[in-house]
Design a protein around this ligand. Structure first.
Ligand SMILES: NC(=O)c1ccc[n+]([C@@H]2O[C@H](COP(=O)([O-])OP(=O)(O)OC[C@H]3O[C@@H](n4cnc5c(N)ncnc54)[C@H](OP(=O)(O)O)[C@@H]3O)[C@@H](O)[C@H]2O)c1
Length: 261
């Protein structure tokens, strides 16, 4: 079975190595120069499906025929399945994986009172949507370089500039999800522009970056006494879920080829 990753030219992903070594499938990373090239890439590589990341997580939706919850809510996908009739179905397995992990983290570290999400991209919204469904009463605050821009996220939330972090009482325990690329390669020393004074020892800090573990941000949080989680478990779980979708359609292809209903 073949699948792949559509990503920008400068995206460093562990997925090709992981899918090939761990699961033994054909998996290639391809960097189109334009969105319009993607259908040809998928056909030429005979992919049953593909992962999709920066900068195409949102724009790919123009090419999608059917979407699965909550792609409609957050307007971002990371997994596409090529159905037996050729239609493309978009899933968000980052969201599905986060729905499993968040209750585990709450159990292990104790529940928090509010959620802070650094960044407003596809991964930020996917994980925050899982949180909104699981804990609808907990306030959600996104931090952004451009807080005034609209966000596809139809659950009550705030979008704030990073400087606003100092306005919040340090007594409320929070889960901070680091969902920017800052701290990954090529600059592992980078950190999100959140004032470190805003991070309190009782907080739980989850950095979605998995390619460096722990990131500098997580090291600082750990030194402050916070409970920390890296992005590795999310990475493995979302990959497993993508694979399950592709294999399920692959089996349907094989049954059709064998003339079975
Ligand atoms: N563990 C996993 O399985 C997993 C899954 C998905 C993603 N991730 C990781 O999560 C991170 C985000 O992924 P994504 O797909 O959502 O990426 P993205 O869309 O490229 O970026 C996410 C957001 O980060 C903020 N940002 C980007 N560059 C910044 C900068 N120089 N300074 C401050 N903020 C910046 C932006 O928010 P504003 O414009 O609002 O500031 C942007 O929307 C990446 O590191 C990715 O590797 C991990």
């Amino acid at each position: 079975m073949r699948a792949g990753l559509i990503a920008g030219a400068n995206v460093l992903s562990f997925s090709p190595l992981y899918f090939r070594r761990e699961w033994g499938i054909g998996y290639e990373q391809v960097a189109p120069t334009h969105l319009d090239q993607i259908p040809e890439i998928v056909t030429n590589h005979s992919w049953r499906g593909f992962n999709i990341t920066t900068p195409y997580k949102e724009t790919i939706l123009k090419l999608i025929h059917q979407i699965r919850h909550p792609v409609d809510k957050i307007q971002a996908t990371n997994t596409v399945v090529v159905e037996t009739d050729g239609a493309w179905t978009a899933y968000n397995t980052d969201y599905e994986a986060a729905r499993e992990l968040l209750p585990q983290y709450a159990e292990v570290h104790g529940m928090w009172e509010e959620l802070w999400v650094l960044g407003t991209g596809g991964a930020a919204r996917a994980v925050a949507w899982a949180h909104a469904e699981l804990f609808p009463e907990k306030p959600i605050r996104f931090f952004s370089r451009q807080p005034s821009k609209g966000l596809p996220f139809p659950h009550p939330h705030e979008v704030l500039g990073y400087e606003a972090a100092q306005d919040f009482a340090p007594t409320r325990r929070k889960l901070i999800i680091q969902a920017t690329p800052l701290g990954a390669y090529p600059n592992p020393q980078a950190m999100p522009p959140l004032s470190l004074e805003a991070i309190q020892p009782q907080d739980v800090v989850w950095d979605l970056i998995y390619i460096i573990n722990p990131t500098r941000f997580l090291q600082v949080a750990r030194e402050k006494g916070c409970a920390i989680e890296s992005g590795m478990r999310l990475f493995r779980l979302q990959a497993q879920k993508s694979l399950d979708y592709w294999f399920s359609v692959h089996k349907r292809y094989q049954r059709a080829l064998a003339g079975k209903p």
